[in-house]
Write a protein that binds this ligand. Structure first.
Ligand SMILES: C[S@@+](CC[C@H](N)C(=O)[O-])C[C@H]1O[C@@H](n2cnc3c(N)ncnc32)[C@H](O)[C@@H]1O
Length: 245
């Protein structure tokens, strides 16, 4: 996969100290100071509860300790004991804060580079997880496609972490493709959001990841993702329709 010695494939990236780092914040809860609700500007519990009594499903990619999901499991048990709720968290390292107490919750140790869900979800989140992923554009594309009609995706994303082969920023064409696909990007929160399934098409091909690029916007060491190929078709189409000249 790598053409440049600096670039790591998925297996090497997952062994990197930047990714398998025990000091990163994996402890965000559902709401409150250090929480999903705060960092996403969206309360996952409320967003799911408003869809009841239909069955609801939440997939949290790079779920860390699973604290937010464990808290959601407890709240659904207390407030909606009869509701059909599925909560699914996946993380590379499995440092989960506790075991699920009900069959509603599953915590899976797996790599988001390979893992795929067995069904769609009403809420898909990736809270400060994409910063450590190699092929960020593939995961973003996959997550946007996992949504039920009207479902919500919310994922932290730093466009500056997407680079051309030579290391220069590919942020502009990537943001243009998000706009073309009707996927929102909040640059203040560094947050991608969309409703319902969205179809993203990134024509560039993944080359590998650099774990030596230094801190991202969070101040923590992050991984840059490098792509080769031609972005120009995306870029010019999007410029024509979306970007004021
Ligand atoms: C900054 S933590 C955020 C955890 C959680 N979302 C939170 O906000 O508390 C990033 C998480 O991404 C996980 N991660 C990194 N690379 C991954 C991969 N390839 N597949 C799945 N999880 C990964 C890390 O293990 C870590 O738990």
């Amino acid at each position: 996969m790598s053409t440049d010695p600096r670039l790591l494939d998925h297996a090497a990236l997952e062994r990197s100290s930047v990714v398998a780092n025990t000091a990163m914040n994996r402890e965000r809860g559902l709401s409150g100071v250090n929480s999903y609700a705060r960092d996403l500007g969206l309360d996952p519990f409320a967003s799911l509860a408003e869809r009841l009594p239909a069955p609801v499903r939440w997939i949290d990619v790079c779920c860390g300790s699973g604290r937010a999901l464990l808290e959601a499991e407890a709240r659904f048990a207390a407030e909606y004991p009869e509701a059909e709720v599925a909560l699914l968290g996946i993380d590379l390292v499995g440092y989960f804060q506790g075991a699920p107490r009900t069959p509603r919750l599953r915590l899976v140790t797996a790599s988001a580079h390979e893992w795929r869900p067995d069904g769609d979800a009403d809420l898909v989140t990736c809270v400060h997880g994409l910063h450590y992923i190699g092929d960020k554009l593939a995961l973003l594309t996959a997550m946007a496609g996992w949504l039920t009609p009207g479902g919500t995706l919310a994922a932290h994303f730093d466009p500056a972490g997407i680079r051309h082969r030579d290391g220069s920023s590919a942020a502009r064409p990537v943001l243009a493709e998000l706009r073309r696909a009707g996927v929102g990007y909040d640059s203040r929160r560094h947050l991608v959001t969309t409703r319902g399934p969205a179809t993203l098409r990134f024509s560039a091909s993944y080359l590998g990841a650099d774990d030596t690029a230094g801190p991202g916007y969070t101040g923590q060491p992050a991984v840059t993702s490098h792509y080769g190929g031609d972005y120009s078709s995306i870029y010019s189409n999007s410029l024509d329709s979306m970007i004021p000249r």
